[in-house]
Design a protein around this ligand. Structure first.
Ligand code: F6R
Length: 611
């Protein structure tokens, strides 16, 4: 949420910063801006996409070897030129960009207003910037010292980059709760919210920790804590290729990422799932297997699509491992004073590893003695580092704002975990264990089969694109899939969609059914099949428009549906990895048919780093 880029070195900063902003645009795209220092400070800001900023800077003097850039997802103040970052301080000397929220900005603002300050924007960022400048001017201290003093007063989350037009050789950065990566080049440094703007130049990076300040010069990087003590930067090597963050011939990242799923699921299983020797090897699970299998209960904490993966895991772990599971929205879990006892196991699921609600919920739980097990995609992210142990999903960078391949990666990891725990506990028979290993190994090829021909799904999308509402229904393992299908459709097509357990429909939502409402049933062959056939009949009897997702070879469900999509047969506990794929495509093609920007849906941003 909000993308931050900075450069200091021997190159011209503008092209590096602009390219970085384009790579980070998925984090926010309502306005953007850059600040450059050469013979003075120059700032360019524009409401709208980064391409509009680029256009606005044509013909301008863009020189300077130090620069910062920002792409915004509005929190304080509407998207506009004046609320766009970078902000410039009252004396016109400092420029700053910020990702996060300064929660006590109102009281600081009042303090500054009492001193005569006025503000050009509605943002909390401009307040913090003037607060820093005020401290610097009144205390006669360095900018670094003023920053430190100011941050000790700040409540909230931030990643900030700060430059001073009187010091074109230093870029200051600080983080708490919002991510910051620094790329180490030869005589140059690159700063960004994630590694995507950096990998083109260097693979050596430092992940800045909470409460650290970075003093960055072309050939020097100093990290300090808020107590002004130096801390050793820990350099890690990025395991990522440039191709992973480019569209690679697809029209949209979302489509590319849907199509990557056979290989991303395969990558997730590779080296872990060994059906030939009837084994699953997962380092993070293996060393904690005793704790996991003896857990009296497991709590799963996540948001959005990751929360839906958590619901599937609830079914899996309860069924296979016989351990009670609670699946919690991170935002609720955090604030409702949950009962957490030392030794409780929490599985945290997150694609980005930076979701503020999840992160803070976990920090609180960790303080109370819980063991945190992270199922995370982004390597080196805050949640991955906070977890005691974990398993990466290895889905590669997910850039489309709507989560797709991360979901199937999460399901693959969670299935393997459940199987391992069940085996350790003896709650699964050896026959069922080896059957599910074989079934899991077959998933990538089955996903590939779904993707071979998507013309039917595209036609359904075109047919129903003008619907005002949509209902998604499923039972058992397919209930979370129905929720995920509804979420995807809302996000990408702006059609109001609800997901429900199919049986729950008659307790209320059935009142919505008329001859205009499309009702999509996730009705694959499983133990609930006969029940869902009855549910389909109930909708037909009320003249609803029925779309079904059925198992290949089934003839009963297709005979009842107005339209049908198929997936290959699979064991029901693993079927969500297949049934979600046509629903991802349905939302993609619906958004496309409506002429919407499927990679950057309105009001959304990837990596929600504000609470
Ligand atoms: C949905 C979507 C969001 C995220 C949610 C959690 O398509 O992208 O609902 O799933 O914001 O994000 P992570 O998994 O990064 O914690």
């Amino acid at each position: 949420m909000c993308g931050i880029v900075g450069y200091i070195g021997h190159r011209q900063a503008y092209p590096v910063v602009l390219k970085g902003l384009k790579r980070l645009e998925y984090r926010g795209y309502d306005s953007s801006g850059v600040a450059l220092i050469d013979d003075g400070l120059r700032v360019f800001k524009k409401k709208g996409k980064v391409s509009e900023l680029e256009e606005a800077t044509i013909g301008q003097n863009l020189s300077g070897q130090i620069g910062i850039g920002h792409t915004r997802w509005a929190t304080h103040g509407e998207p506009s030129d004046r609320n766009a970052h970078p902000h410039v301080s009252a004396l016109g000397k400092l420029a700053m960009i910020h990702n996060g929220i300064i929660e006590n900005y109102a009281s600081i603002k009042e303090e500054l207003q009492n001193k005569g300050y006025t503000f050009k924007s509605d943002t909390d960022t401009e307040v913090l910037l003037n607060f820093i400048e005020d401290i610097k001017e009144n205390n006669g201290c360095s900018l670094e010292e003023a920053l430190r003093i100011a941050l000790k007063r700040v409540v909230g989350a931030y990643c900030i980059l700060l430059v001073d037009c009187n010091d074109p050789h230093t870029l200051l950065a600080a983080r708490k709760g919002s991510p910051l990566v620094i790329g180490i080049g030869k005589g140059e440094h690159f700063l960004a919210s994630d590694a995507s703007p950096i990998i083109e130049y260097t693979k050596e990076v430092v992940y800045v920790n909470d409460y650290q300040i970075a003093i960055v010069k072309a050939d020097e990087l100093i990290l300090k804590n808020l107590g002004n003590e130096r801390q050793t930067p820990f350099i890690t090597k990025l395991d990522m290729e440039l191709a992973a963050i480019e569209k690679g011939g697809y029209d949209h990242f979302m489509l590319k990422e849907i199509y990557e799923q056979p290989s991303t699921i395969h990558d997730c299983l590779r080296g872990r799932l060994k059906p030939d020797v009837n084994q699953i090897i997962m380092g993070g699970v293996d060393v904690n297997l005793d704790q996991l299998s003896k857990a009296a209960r497991i709590m799963i904490v996540a948001c959005g699509t990751s929360w839906h993966a958590g619901l599937v895991a609830e079914y899996l772990i309860e069924e296979l491992c016989r351990i009670p599971v609670e699946v919690e929205y991170a935002s609720e879990f955090r604030y409702r004073n949950p009962v957490i006892n030392p030794g409780d196991v929490i599985i945290a699921i997150s694609q980005s590893g930076e979701t503020a609600d999840t992160l803070v919920a976990l920090e609180n739980a960790k303080e109370k003695g819980a063991i945190i097990f992270g199922v995370v995609n982004a390597v080196g992210s805050s949640i991955a580092r906070l977890s005691h142990a974990g398993a990466y999903t290895h889905s590669g960078p997910e850039i489309g704002v709507a989560s797709t391949k991360a979901f199937t990666g999460q399901l693959a990891v969670l299935s393997m975990m459940a199987l391992k725990i069940a085996q350790a506990k003896g709650t699964i028979s050896p026959e069922r264990f080896s059957h599910l290993l074989q079934e899991l190994a077959a998933i990538p090829a089955k996903v590939a089969k779904i993707l071979e021909d998507t013309t039917g799904i595209e036609a359904i999308a075109k047919k129903y694109k003008d619907a005002r509402d949509f209902l998604f229904l499923g039972r058992g393992y397919n209930f979370p899939v129905a929720l995920e299908g509804a979420l995807k459709l809302k996000e990408i097509s702006y059609i109001h969609a609800e997901g429900y357990p199919a049986a729950e429909m008659k307790h209320g939502p059935i009142a919505l059914v008329d001859d205009k409402l499309p009702v999509l049933f996730v009705a694959t062959k499983d133990r609930y099949y006969d029940k869902i056939v009855s549910n389909v009949q109930e909708i037909k009897a009320r003249k609803g428009r029925v779309i079904c997702l059925a198992t290949e070879g089934d003839t009963i469900i297709p005979s009842m549906a107005d339209d049908v999509m198929f997936v290959p047969d699979a064991d029901e506990v693993l079927a969500p990895m297949l049934s979600v794929v046509p629903l991802q495509l349905l939302s993609y093609y619906t958004g496309l048919a409506l002429g919407l920007d499927v990679d950057k849906p309105r009001n959304l941003a990837k990596s929600v780093t504000v609470e």
